[in-house]
Design a protein around this ligand. Structure first.
Ligand code: ADP
Length: 274
């Protein structure tokens, strides 16, 4: 399914031209059909006009950037601000959508390999850090176990926690993340520890609330919904999640989920195909 928008623009020398903006909205339509909550539908509908704002401001910023006219260059800088605001708005809308999905969508619990999910996120986050030119995070983790969970929601949970562990680090410090697990009968505990700026005293529970941000004044960008989404996901699986101080500095997030039948980590040396 394609959405098409047409705009006529004037050229100084070449007369008028028509620009067509095609957007593939197939995946969006499917997602929309799956959303149940009103907030989800509203958030989703905000994405379409926002795509137009992002598309046209980016195009205009590029066009104006090469100009020799100071007024055009200034207009380009103003539009670049609009473009950055649109990106922030997209993050907020995406988080609202994720929150609604975590709250309302049906969950499918299967046996999931936490190790495979973590390994995949580690590659993606390392690539992203390299591409952005920032410090490349370092990860340390043993063979992680299997749990019973919805694979899509589990991935989102772990990715949110890892993204925060990387983000809330002092400037110039290389993020070091340690991911460990403990199996206690039918509950499996996964812990993500970081060497970051830590959580201010008395805020360890509050940070899981909607829009609660503990480091707003320190200049870290965010929506304050990531941990609320994490708590929703864990709640829906009948598990728990909590934040604490990392004894060596930084913070630690621990969540529990149901142990899978294959809960004990399978190692190649045990003779299993892994
Ligand atoms: P945000 O979009 O602000 O990152 P979250 O809901 O993910 O929202 O987190 C809420 C707040 O909890 C953050 O604004 C930050 O103050 C704090 N926080 C989350 N993760 C960490 C962490 N690993 N270390 C220190 N503070 C954290």
């Amino acid at each position: 399914i394609l959405s098409v928008q047409a705009t006529t623009i004037d050229h100084d020398r070449d007369g008028r031209a028509v620009v067509l903006l095609y957007t593939d909205v197939t995946a969006d339509r499917r997602l929309r059909e799956e959303l149940t909550g009103f907030a989800g539908v509203v958030a989703h509908d905000l994405l379409n006009p926002l795509t137009t704002v992002e598309g046209w401001t980016t195009a205009a910023v590029e066009t104006l950037a090469g100009s020799t006219d100071p007024a055009a260059v200034e207009a380009g800088e103003q539009l670049a601000r609009v473009s950055r605001a649109a990106v922030r708005m997209r993050h907020l809308i995406n988080d609202l959508l994720a929150y609604t999905t975590a709250r309302d969508s049906a969950i499918t619990e299967v046996e999931v390999d936490v190790h495979a999910i973590v390994a995949d996120i580690v590659v993606a986050r390392t690539d992203a850090a390299q591409a952005s030119g920032g410090p490349v995070p370092r990860f340390r983790f043993d063979t992680l176990p299997w749990v019973r969970a919805d694979p899509v929601l589990l991935r989102q949970l772990v990715d949110n926690l890892i993204a925060n562990a990387i983000k809330y680090t002092a400037p110039g410090v290389t993020p070091l993340l340690e991911i460990t697990s403990r199996i206690a009968g039918d509950r499996t505990e996964i812990t993500i520890a970081d060497n970051g700026i830590g959580i201010p005293a008395g805020q360890h529970d509050a940070i899981f609330g909607n829009f609660h941000r503990a480091h707003r004044s320190a200049g870290y960008s965010g929506t304050g919904l990531g941990l609320a989404i994490c708590r929703r996901i864990v709640d829906r699986h009948g598990g728990t999640i909590a934040a604490s101080d990392n004894p060596g500095g930084g913070s630690r997030f621990t969540f529990t989920l149901a142990t899978a039948d294959a809960g004990v980590p399978l190692r190649v040396s045990d003779g299993f195909q892994y």
